[in-house]
Structure formats: structure tokens, C-alpha cells
Design a protein around this ligand. Structure first.
Ligand SMILES: *[C@@H]1O[C@H](CO)[C@@H](O)[C@H](O)[C@H]1NC(C)=O
Ligand SMILES: *[C@@H]1O[C@H](CO)[C@@H](O)[C@H](O)[C@H]1NC(C)=O
Length: 260
């Protein structure tokens, strides 16, 4: 813990000193250190959100877990999506009524709990989190909210590692694979397009159609442009359903193959 407390101001100081030296080197270093700083702060924030929610919510009640997260976010910097985005997310889930959901980037488990509470009894959530600490603490929050391991699966790895391994998790009792009805991406926006292409390539999106929700926390115009360009080039498969400041909804429909 002390290491974390010391390292945050230390890193900032190093960034400042470096920025006085050669500009190109410094800008590279600054980016690397800013990344490290975000990781350290992210870990601190996940731990503190988890402790707050774990000790202040009513165990077994998903709504209480969500309210306690909201309470935390009122007074602390938090990785939870904003209340407006959360409402939008609920509206999409109620409209799509998915039973197979993939979440990429679970952070503290807030959106996982939001999604799970709206799934049908036989529904299933697969959630992928690259940071092993966040994955562990997020999983605990999902259990605290009252959900069972038969309803969800946490994969502590990167999205590109997780996607090719998803088939077994989507198999139904009779051995057929049910595609994903909803995909929520809230990890690294630079991975959104490669991951969408990988999901399509692996044939993981439901043939009946799939909604893909992309969360943008820190808007970088180029991340968004790249994926929008891709979608506009494929009007037979994709359409943009809604485009809000922090959430983009894309509808996917499998293209009909010639001669079938
Ligand atoms: C629980 O909530 C109280 C008041 O909202 C807060 O002061 C306390 O720090 C919380 N517990 C933890 C472990 O964060
Ligand atoms: C397999 O089960 C699913 C429901 O779990 C059903 O929708 C599907 O039609 C079944 N497929 C076959 C080939 O029986």
C-alpha cells in the first residue's frame, strides 16, 4: 500500500523532470509514465471502490450494490460508467432482451451487475478483464450481488486472448452454439475494431442479430472514426443504431452468403 502512496507523486515528479530534457525522448517517456500512472491509480481506485461497496451494500441485492457504487462515485473518482450511460445501457438491454452477453472490460463489476440483473434466468454473461486484480475483485462483487457461477464467467485475460476461446462458453445443452446477442466493449477503444472483426471471424455473433455497444470514456476522435468508417463500408452487415456522446450502439446482422 505504501508503495502505491509513494509511487504516485514520484511518478509525477519524474514526468516533470523528464519533460525538461530532450522533447522527443521526453514525450515518449511521458506517455509511458502516464500509462504507468493510470495503472497505479486504476488499481487504487478498484481496491477502494470494492472495499466501499463490499462493506456498505446489502449482500445478495443487486440494486443495493448498484446504489452503493453510485454513492461511491458521488464522492470519489470512479471507473463506473456515468448515470446517463447506465440508463441508456438498461434501455438497450430491455429492448434487445439478450440471453448471451459478452462484456470486454469489467473494471469493478458495476456494469456486469447491471447487465446480469436484466438477463433472463437462463441468460449468461461472459466478462473479460485484463487486470487480474480487477477481475478478482469484480467477480467478488458479482457474487455479493447474489449471482451464481452458472450465470456468469470471468476471464482474466486480454480480449484478443479471450475471443478465440469463447465457443465452449456459448454451447447449449444440445451441443449447438448460441451466438452472442449483446456485446459491450468498455476496455481499450483501440481494440474495439480488431475485437469486433475477431468476433465476426470466429462466428460468435448471433445469426439472429447482435447489438454491439461501445463505451467511450475519453473521446479520441480517431478511435471512433476508424470503427465508424468500417461500419459505413459494410451496410449489409452493420448499422449505427444510436450515437450518443459516451456510447455508440451498432446493430450487426450476418450478411447473406451468395448461393445459399
Ligand atoms: C462505507 O460508507 C461510509 C459512509 O458512506 C464511508 O465513510 C466508509 O468509508 C465506507 N466503507 C468503506 C470500507 O469504504
Ligand atoms: C438446441 O437448444 C437451443 C436452446 O438451448 C434451441 O434454441 C435449439 O433449437 C436447439 N437445437 C437443436 C438442433 O435441437
Amino acid at each position: 500500500m505504501w508503495l502505491m502512496v509513494v509511487s504516485v507523486p514520484l511518478l509525477s515528479a519524474v514526468v516533470m523532470v523528464l519533460s525538461c530534457y530532450s522533447l522527443t525522448d521526453a514525450s515518449l517517456w511521458r506517455r509511458a509514465l502516464a500509462w504507468a500512472l493510470r495503472r497505479v491509480r486504476g488499481a487504487a481506485s478498484v481496491r477502494s471502490a470494492h472495499a466501499f461497496v463490499f462493506s456498505n451494500c446489502t449482500h445478495g441485492k443487486a440494486d443495493s450494490v448498484l446504489e452503493t457504487f453510485d454513492l461511491y462515485a458521488d464522492t470519489h473518482p470512479s471507473l463506473c460508467i456515468s448515470p446517463q450511460t447506465a440508463e441508456e445501457l438498461d434501455a438497450v438491454v430491455k429492448r434487445v432482451r439478450p440471453s448471451r452477453v459478452l462484456e470486454l472490460g469489467m473494471h469493478c463489476g458495476y456494469t456486469s451487475v447491471r447487465l446480469l440483473r436484466l438477463l433472463p434466468p437462463a441468460g449468461r454473461l461472459i466478462t473479460v478483464e485484463m487486470d487480474p486484480l480487477a477481475a478478482e475483485l469484480g467477480e467478488e462483487i458479482i457474487l455479493v450481488a447474489g449471482f451464481k457461477h452458472s450465470q456468469f464467467q470471468v476471464l482474466p485475460c486480454s480480449s484478443s486472448e479471450a475471443i478465440p476461446t469463447l465457443h465452449p462458453f456459448l454451447e447449449s445443452d444440445n451441443g449447438t452454439t448460441d451466438g452472442l446477442d449483446l456485446v459491450l466493449m468498455d476496455h481499450d477503444p483501440q481494440e474495439y475494431l480488431p475485437d469486433l472483426l475477431a468476433l465476426e471471424r470466429e462466428d460468435l455473433l448471433s445469426v439472429a442479430g447482435c447489438s454491439v455497444l461501445l463505451i467511450y470514456r475519453n473521446q479520441r476522435a480517431e478511435d471512433r472514426r476508424e470503427i465508424l468508417d468500417h461500419i459505413r463500408r459494410r451496410p449489409d452487415s452493420y448499422c449505427i443504431r444510436s450515437e450518443l456522446y459516451s456510447m455508440l450502439e451498432i446493430s450487426y446482422k450476418k450478411e447473406k452468403q451468395d448461393g445459399t
